[in-house]
Write a protein that binds this ligand. Structure first.
Ligand SMILES: C[S@@+](CC[C@H](N)C(=O)[O-])C[C@H]1O[C@@H](n2cnc3c(N)ncnc32)[C@H](O)[C@@H]1O
Length: 226
């Protein structure tokens, strides 16, 4: 569903320009320079929506730089306005499509990637559009540092089930659960807007976590299933 057009979208985005990365396609490999401490670890959220998750994480971890990516400006404007009010120096926004990630980041630049409640693209013929399709996971894997992690959450069982196969083909998960809120990661979990909505309806939250191998010789942790 297309989000409603916001009134005064352009002036409102312009007012947030200081926290929106400008001309990112001309800054490949340099996006960390947008932060006061460019040497800090760099985490990316793909499809941040209204930004609740990224804002909470950035407030909790001032020693980590966060980039929240959202392709829909009518949604991103809400996130950037809230973040501007927060004044967090370690959170910046990227108003781009994830398709363009390889044009903005160098291989092994990212320490962590989050994908939360992405569109399930229900029709089978649309499976390549899912953000956890193996072709896209291969891109994320390349952009992650060795030892870097990808964390995925969804309310959609079909997407979770599909994603377990896709992760398995690219980089095996060390953690999968059909009930994140009653798992070992429940306490540290930060809720997104969609997660709040679906868990208030009593729906379980599915999650997958995978780690890029440090080297071919390093054994990976055995999968924990919950
Ligand atoms: C269902 S919403 C979930 C928002 C938020 N992550 C949450 O959990 O509340 C998915 C968001 O991802 C964005 N999105 C989908 N595909 C994207 C892509 N390829 N690149 C960037 N953003 C994307 C959509 O515009 C939408 O705002």
């Amino acid at each position: 569903m297309r989000p409603r057009k916001k009134t005064n979208l352009q002036p409102r985005l312009a007012a947030c320009a200081s926290i929106i990365i400008q001309n990112p396609l001309e800054k490949k490999g340099l996006l960390r320079q947008e932060f006061p401490h460019p040497e800090a670890p760099l985490h990316l959220e793909i499809g941040c929506g209204k930004g609740q998750f990224a804002r909470a994480l950035a407030a909790l971890h001032p020693d980590i730089n966060f980039i929240a990516m959202e392709r829909e400006p009518n949604v991103a404007v809400i996130a950037t306005e809230h973040a501007l009010a927060d004044g967090l120096p370690n959170l910046r926004f990227l108003l781009e499509d994830a398709e363009k990630l390889p044009l903005m980041f160098q291989p092994e630049e990212l320490d962590q990637i989050y994908i939360n409640f992405c569109d399930p693209w229900h029709k089978h013929r649309q499976f390549k559009r899912r953000l956890t399709y193996r072709g896209k996971l291969e891109v994320y894997l390349k952009l992650l540092k060795p030892g870097g992690e990808l964390h995925f959450k969804t309310d959609n069982y079909m997407l979770y089930h599909f994603s377990t196969f896709e992760f398995g083909a690219v980089f095996p998960a060390y953690f999968t659960t059909k009930d994140l809120h009653h798992s070992q990661y429940a306490q540290e979990n930060i809720m997104t807007e969609y997660e709040t909505y679906f868990s208030n309806l009593g729906q379980p939250i599915y999650s997958i976590r995978a780690k890029k191998p440090v080297s071919a010789q390093t054994p990976e942790p055995s999968p924990e299933k919950q």
